[in-house]
Design a protein around this ligand. Structure first.
Ligand code: HEC
Length: 213
């Protein structure tokens, strides 16, 4: 197919004598152009209607996958165990996540000090576990249940309580008693054995401890 490539547009009068050719686009270029348009229509139809994909659906799917991959801990998923391993593990959790607000020596800062007898949200293990899990978002304390595992939450609670007992000169056993069921909750626990902690927190949810304000 031959094309006329020498037709002038007749712009010379308006454009200081500069002329312009009216050259048609090359066939290969036009072909690609139409192909792109056809492909875009096909892709759009497939994306929205056949594949039924959308950013929102992808977001929901990713969130659902994340909820399975990183389950949100409830306070009832955490079994309190005041063991040496838990306290040691808790030091790691504390120095990673908590020290920025509660101080490297637990002396407090943005968050509470853990070296005195003042507890705004209760000093019984189940209270502390609940505070850590659910946080106090309006005061800047994050709900760690969505960030830490049940085991890590127990470790953090054990560490904070052990350090508190040490600072106040209280024997550790007294704290362990606060949970109501110290035995049967030793060692590192994975999720899945939450009934004990649930019971314990039910029994002692309010005013069970002299330190509770
Ligand atoms: C961004 C700052 C911040 C971080 C990080 C933080 N906290 Fe807190 N935390 C606070 C604040 C602020 C409060 C006080 C809430 C209030 O005034 O009611 C608090 C309160 C607490 C309490 C309750 C104290 C009481 O008096 O009853 C506990 C327990 C606690 N945090 C544990 C932790 C643990 C464990 C971590 C790490 C996993 C942690 N916090 C990380 C800011 C933080």
């Amino acid at each position: 197919m031959s094309k006329d490539t020498n037709r002038l547009m007749g712009h010379a009068d308006e454009a200081d004598g500069i002329e312009e050719y009216d050259n048609p686009l090359p066939d290969w270029w036009l072909g690609l152009f139409w192909l792109c348009i056809l492909w875009a229509i096909g892709y759009g139809v497939h994306y929205h209607f056949i594949g039924n994909r959308s950013q929102e659906a992808e977001f929901q799917a990713e969130m659902a996958a994340a909820a399975i991959r990183w389950p949100v801990q409830g306070a009832e998923d955490v079994v309190f165990a005041m063991t040496d391993e838990a306290i040691q593990g808790g030091e790691g959790v504390y120095t990673t996540y908590c020290f920025v607000c509660h101080g490297t020596q637990l002396e407090g800062g943005i968050g509470q000090s853990f070296l005195d007898e003042v507890w705004l949200h209760g000093s019984a293990p189940e209270d502390v576990i609940r505070t850590i899990t659910e946080g106090v978002p309006e005061k800047g304390m994050a709900p760690w249940g969505s960030i830490l595992s049940a085991e890590q939450i127990n470790q953090a609670a054990a560490y904070v309580l052990a350090k508190n007992a040490e600072a106040l000169g209280i024997p550790l056993e007294e704290i362990t008693q606060g949970s109501g069921e110290p035995e049967g909750s030793e060692g590192a626990h994975e999720e899945g054995s939450g009934e004990e902690a649930g019971e314990a927190s039910g029994e002692h949810s309010e005013g069970g401890d002299p330190g509770t304000i």
